[in-house]
Design a protein around this ligand. Structure first.
Ligand SMILES: Cc1cc2nc3c(=O)[nH]c(=O)nc-3n(C[C@H](O)[C@H](O)[C@H](O)COP(=O)(O)OP(=O)(O)OC[C@H]3O[C@@H](n4cnc5c(N)ncnc54)[C@H](O)[C@@H]3O)c2cc1C
Length: 481
């Protein structure tokens, strides 16, 4: 990334960027202390500050790269605040993916978007969870009835592993994108960014659809793990250290089920050797389901090769079929479903940990900045909450995006650090998808007791800590109606 001052040569950031920022701040200081400036109010004041700076202003235009949950939510709130927002999304097919959870203060975010009822009306309707034995039979009783079907998750009569809001990624994304469009956000699908240059008072992006440079007052990278915006803006060394791969690999896809296999609850079957198969209903009847192969591995070399992008989906599927071949129970149904699926996805789960979430006028949000992996169940919730705070700060301070972005990190970072951790000191995947048959046996004993009697007490105990709203209070922003 180069920071460019018009009519001069591009210069590398860091020292140059610091110099440019100081020049800009000095200029702003001179401007704001001038008698004429202090008499101006609102947009006039903003325009005056920009027009006297080096490059012509992009004033209130914001580009959001990535139309996933984080991108759509950021765009929605920025547009609500009166900014002119464009989202570019590289995908042209309708968004896919499997079930996502919306928990904690993210529920409050969708409430503030006026979308809670729509989202609740479109949930998968998963009613609970069952652990299966090697033959595919249920161990103990069915755990829970989806708390979301009731008024409150605090209903302690109903222990459940199923979260308050479980929704398919595609469905959620359509709801969020529609809400953003209604606020006037423009979407350009099949489009990405090919070049990016930061100036003192704007950032210029070349987009792949019209191949022209366009000026924006800020660019938000909501483009997920391996963010291209981050690659164009952040120093290489910082990015290299930001990816923290786990030893868990996940394959997921959608499949139709025969009547006999249709269930309204999710089912998990262990295979030992760090293997588990999970089936979750997509609709309320369970006619369609998500299939997952979850593999934890102490030596990940072979699976690492598999997850590399050059390996084809068919090869990955064959490897999964081989790896799980000795299992019985629901395995055959899931392997059959995998072979017919058209949305196969296989990946190593990777956390993103960056020391800063912005450089100049470019900031990251959601998985691009702080992907916690699905192992935490927090990815979407953190994306929605972060998007809300980022938009709130930028809307409150549009003339100084750098300061707004710094404030976004200051406010949200403690939550990310706390909730973005993989449970049990990072050991949760190895404990819940164990290697040894003895550990699988122990898990089944525990589950059986838990679901048949001790469940309620233990569940209450596990939930007896601080309430989420006490741990983190979502800031209140005034977005213009
Ligand atoms: C296809 C897909 C399926 C997923 N399925 C699941 C799932 O089943 N379960 C789960 O827990 N999590 C899933 N996730 C991840 C989950 O959506 C995120 O963890 C979470 O919702 C945070 O959202 P996000 O918007 O930050 O990132 P993402 O959801 O990753 O969204 C990023 C968006 O940016 C777009 N994008 C990426 N690069 C560019 C670019 N260069 N230019 C323009 N657009 C770009 C992507 O197409 C995507 O729409 C999936 C993500 C994707 C992309």
């Amino acid at each position: 990334m180069a920071l460019t001052i018009r009519n001069s040569h591009p210069v590398r950031h860091n020292a140059a960027f610091g110099w440019a920022c100081r020049q800009y701040l000095d200029q702003q200081k001179r401007l704001t202390s001038s008698p004429g400036y202090s008499r101006l109010r609102g947009p006039d004041r903003r325009r005056r500050a920009f027009t006297t700076s080096i490059r012509s202003p992009a004033s209130h235009r914001v580009l959001v790269v990535g139309g996933g949950p984080a991108g759509c939510t950021t765009a929605y709130f920025l547009a609500k605040a009166g900014l002119d927002v464009t989202v570019i999304e590289r995908s042209v097919r309708s968004p896919y993916g499997q079930g996502l959870d919306i928990t904690n203060q993210a529920v409050e975010v969708v409430k503030r978007m006026g979308l809670l009822d729509t989202i609740k009306a479109n949930m998968t309707g998963e009613t609970g969870f069952a652990l299966l034995d090697d033959t595919g039979r249920r161990i103990g009783s069915l755990l829970g009835t989806n708390a979301a079907q009731y008024e409150s998750v605090e209903n302690d009569e109903l222990p459940s592993f199923t979260n308050e809001i479980e929704i398919m990624r595609g469905t959620l994304n359509e709801i969020l994108a529609d809400a953003a469009k209604q606020e006037g956000v423009k979407f350009r699908y099949g489009c990405t960014i090919t070049n990016l240059r930061q100036y003192i008072d704007c950032v210029s992006a070349t987009l792949s659809d019209n191949k022209q440079a366009e000026d924006y007052m800020a660019i938000i990278g909501a483009d997920g793990v391996g963010s291209l915006v981050a690659k164009l803006v952040f120093p290489e060394g910082m990015l290299k250290n930001s990816l923290d791969p786990t030893n868990t690999f996940a394959a997921y896809f959608s499949m139709d089920l025969d009547k006999v296999d249709q269930m309204s609850y999710s089912r998990l079957q262990h295979g030992g050797g760090g293997r588990a198969i999970w089936v979750r209903p997509i609709d309320r009847q369970g006619t369609r389901a998500s299939g997952y192969f979850i593999t934890t591995t102490p030596t990940s070399t072979e699976l690492e090769k598999l997850s590399a992008s050059l390996t084809s989906g068919t090869q990955q599927q064959e490897k999964m079929a081989q790896l799980y071949a000795d299992m019985g129970g629901i395995k055959d149904v899931v392997v059959q479903g995998m072979r017919k699926s058209d949305d196969w996805h296989f990946t190593r789960l990777v956390q993103v940990k960056l020391p800063t979430w912005h450089i100049g006028r470019c900031a990251l949000v959601g998985d691009a900045a702080y992907c916690p992996t699905p192992l935490t169940g927090q990815g979407t919730s953190m994306a929605l909450m972060g998007a809300y705070i980022l938009a709130g700060e930028l809307a409150a301070n549009p003339t100084n995006p750098g300061a707004a972005f710094a404030e976004y990190k200051r406010k949200f970072d403690p939550y990310v650090k706390e909730e973005g951790m993989i449970p049990l000191g990072g050991r949760a995947p190895n404990i819940f998808v164990p290697q040894s048959r003895l550990a699988v046996w122990a898990l089944r004993q525990l589950y059986s007791g838990f679901s048949n009697g001790y469940g309620k007490g233990l569940f209450k105990f596990l939930n007896s800590g601080k309430k989420d709203e006490d741990k983190f209070r979502l800031p209140m922003y005034k977005f213009k109606a």
